[in-house]
Write a protein that binds this ligand. Structure first.
Ligand code: LAN
Length: 739
């Protein structure tokens, strides 16, 4: 599916781009401001902001016609990328893809009567309109999805709440698609819950999420504290809201929407028996159907809620849940783990504390952190950014490419270094919040978000060690300013703690925490549109990065727990080898698309411990798999469908990012024939603009097997790494047969 601008054609032109300013804090938090013309005159717009908004005034590096050496292409790419870096060291971007983030943000604002700046409203509308399916005008779970009941309903309601008229051509087209999909009655669980909150669906038609679960003893395997962090953070406020049947006040606009989102034959709204539709889910949406067990349990809990639950227990369990929400707010300074749970928590806080409370005012402030502006409009992102992750890669890859010796890139790396140093956790979570120790770890985005991620910790630590021990850079960091040994030890301890010890996933690393419960819990998964969300899983990529971090630490600090660290690396490597497909040599990727992404990480991890094509059957099979997928023009082109179907599916159009991933694996794994590598490098160089940029070609990331998400820095970072590694391996010559 191709995106296209069309909001301008229907009378929704962008707001004046020259009036937007992006403020970025020392800790990487972003905030967009729209100035008056007079304010703008005294407040020059940053070049990076002009880039984000695709403005003609953006000043790229000078064009270079004659780049023939791969290392020069890497330099040119880095030069371009350096223009996007902020004072605080981070490169920000619109971290978008899921089409259910802006909806939650706007719905919670509507529920709580919180005003939205009109220009932000306008840009939200543009974003949604510009991402409508070009053929049927609906929306899916993510930007490259088919139209689904979930995506279409919630984005339709969003447009209506933001002020688009019922008869606006965008609404007319989307409504027709929604009706073809059977209307809002077929929404998956979250969609139903959101609509119930907005008084557009009956709570009796929403499967229960009992808050009592949180009062069970933690020793029970079903306790939500054992679930995957994201799922438990969402089901925590949802438990409160659904058990208390919370709804906002019905108003004339909501009444109108009630008459638009259902099929005409189902109306009037009052005649719909929602209780009959708890399990009605539109076929197009259904990715992970309910188990029989869940259906039975839901039936039992519904009866319990209706006839048996005493009032005091509802009050007591709601209070217990709210206490946990307060802890989540304290641990993340009201940012919460991600925007989905943020929106639900904001409503609960409003109901508990009222609109004038301190807590609610903090929500109003923090909601700014997750919106980001772009050429298609403003959107709420998947998280408040990927600051630590991107910065760790940036520092490492520039050094891997040997660019740190060029004074032009010195500052860029050092600013990244200082950002990473500032972002390490220095405190612990409040007691009783079901969180592990975090001091010493790093998050994916910013320090205040507060959630340890295994691979982000490992990659950030590795970047810091690389810089401090680098001949060209280390000398600029005085001994007393270097990371303290204790902080490094804490980081290592946090990584080691996440390593799994269970028999089936032994040696692997998960994303945020060690696996706390059996995957059998998946049979209670209520979400319908995602897979593998109930508990933590072993992830090849997280395991690979953790190996990088541990190997790097033990190289510079061999005296700290050498046996334990060695054992951890060995078992991680054994897991990576075991996770490889026995037949075709591929690895399934969970966070990038898909087999290409995972192969790059896995081969690099094996190479880190000295295993390459000629010495390891696993590397050999992995690289042979990649070679079997190389296309005529030398590139790779994997589709999001690979993630959904667990089979390698090409898009038919090769992509620079995919090609860079495969090339990195082939170089590091020492593939014996350089011709496929030459061809790939040539493709990467040909696709680079004369200014050093690579254009967006295809979405790069994924989560929960079914939702795609963009990583705009990847189209710089991985080509730079591939080109740099190529130059290191084959010398500074031009690519044979290249331009
Ligand atoms: C992310 C983004 C980064 C990603 C990596 C670091 C790349 C990965 O290696 C580990 C997992 C992690 C941290 C990750 C987990 C899930 C996230 C937070 C996301 C994909 C970004 C958005 C997503 C989150 C689940 C969105 C909230 C919505 C739900 C459906 C729960």
């Amino acid at each position: 599916m191709t995106q296209r601008y069309y909001s301008d054609e229907i009378g929704l032109p962008p707001s004046d781009r020259s009036l937007w300013r992006l403020r970025v804090s020392e800790l990487g938090a972003s905030k967009w401001e729209f100035l008056t013309e007079e304010q703008a005159r005294n407040d020059p717009q940053k070049n990076s902001t002009k880039y984000h908004l695709k403005m003609d005034t953006f000043e790229p590096p000078a064009a270079e016609e004659s780049i023939v050496f791969p290392i020069d292409a890497a330099k040119k790419g880095a030069e371009f990328f350096s223009l996007l870096q902020e004072e605080s060291g981070v490169v920000l971007h619109q971290y978008i893809g899921p089409m259910f983030m802006t909806t939650g943000w706007v719905f919670s604002s509507y529920f709580t009567n919180s005003p939205i700046n009109p220009v932000v409203k306008h840009e939200f509308i543009r974003y949604i309109v510009n991402n409508a399916h070009p053929v049927d005008g609906g929306w899916g779970l993510h930007t490259v999805d088919k139209s689904t009941c979930f995506g279409t309903t919630i984005n339709y309601v969003l447009l209506r709440l933001l002020g688009l008229e019922k008869d606006h051509p965008v609404c007319v087209k989307a409504r027709a698609t929604l009706h073809k999909l059977g209307g809002a009655i077929g929404l998956p669980h979250w969609g139903k819950a959101w609509l119930a909150l907005l008084n557009l669906f009956g709570w009796e038609g929403v499967n229960p999420a009992p808050p009592e679960l949180w009062m069970l003893p933690y020793s029970m395997f079903i306790h939500p504290g054992r679930w995957w962090v994201h799922t438990r953070c969402i089901y925590l406020p949802l438990a409160y809201l659904s058990a208390n049947r919370s709804t906002c006040k019905l108003d004339p606009l909501l009444e109108e929407i009630r008459s638009e989102i259902y099929l005409p034959r189902q109306l009037p709204y009052e005649s719909i028996d929602f209780s009959k539709h708890r399990n009605t889910v539109c076929g197009v949406d259904l990715y992970y159907p309910h188990s029989r067990t869940l259906d039975t349990l839901n039936w039992v809990v519904c009866k319990y809620e209706k006839y048996l639950r005493p009032d005091w227990l509802l009050k007591k369990s709601s209070k217990a849940v709210y206490e946990l929400i307060k802890k989540e707010c304290a641990n993340s300074d009201y940012l919460c783990i991600a925007p989905v749970s943020f929106a639900f928590n904001m409503i609960v806080t409003y109901l508990e504390e009222g609109p004038d409370s301190y807590a609610f005012s903090r929500f109003m402030e923090r909601r700014e952190d997750v919106i980001f502006h772009g050429p298609l409009g403003m959107a709420v992102m998947g998280t408040n950014g990927g600051q630590v992750w991107d910065t760790a890669f940036m520092c490492q890859y520039l050094i891997m490419a040997g660019l740190e010796t060029d004074p032009k890139f010195h500052d860029m790396i050092m600013r990244g270094y200082h950002f990473l140093r500032r972002s390490q956790f220095t405190d612990e979570c409040v007691d009783g919040s079901f969180r592990d120790k975090r001091k010493g770890a790093w998050p994916f985005s910013t320090k205040t978000q507060g959630y340890t991620v295994s691979d982000c910790t490992a990659e950030a630590m590795k970047a810091i060690l690389m810089i401090e021990n680098n001949d060209s850079l280390g000398k600029y960091i005085p001994m007393e300013d270097r990371i303290a040994r204790k902080d490094l030890e804490d980081a290592v301890e946090r990584i080691l703690f996440i390593q799994n010890t269970g028999s089936f996933e032994f040696g692997s690393f998960s994303s945020y925490e060690q696996i706390r419960a059996t995957p059998a819990l998946e049979c209670l998964s209520p979400a319908e549109v995602f897979n593998n969300i109930m508990v933590e899983y072993p992830y090849v990529e997280c395991t690979d990065s953790s190996v990088f971090g541990l190997v790097s630490f033990s190289t510079y600090h061999p005296d700290y727990k050498p046996e334990i660290i060695l054992k951890s690396i060995d078992t991680a490597i054994a897991y990576i080898e075991d996770a490889q497909d026995k037949f075709d040599g591929s690895w399934y990727g969970s966070w990038g698309i898909c087999y290409t992404y995972a192969a790059m990480f896995a081969v690099e991890a094996l190479e880190t411990v000295g295993k390459v094509y000629s010495t390891s059957e696993h590397v050999k099979k992995g690289l042979d798999f990649l070679i079997s997928k190389q296309e005529e023009d030398g590139g790779w082109s994997e589709s999001m469908k690979s993630c959904e179907t667990h089979t390698y599916i090409p898009t038919g159009q090769t992509q620079v990012v995919q090609t860079a991933w495969a090339t990195i694996a082939l170089i590091l794994g020492e593939y014996p024939d350089r011709r496929p590598i030459d061809k790939a490098i040539q493709l990467i160089m040909e696709r680079q603009s004369l200014h050093g940029e690579w254009n967006f070609e295809y979405i790069e990331g994924v989560f929960n097997h079914s939702c795609a998400i963009e990583y705009p820095t990847y189209r710089f970072l991985f080509p730079i790494k591939a080109l740099g590694l190529y130059a290191r391996r084959f010398g500074g010559n031009a690519v044979p047969g290249g331009k």
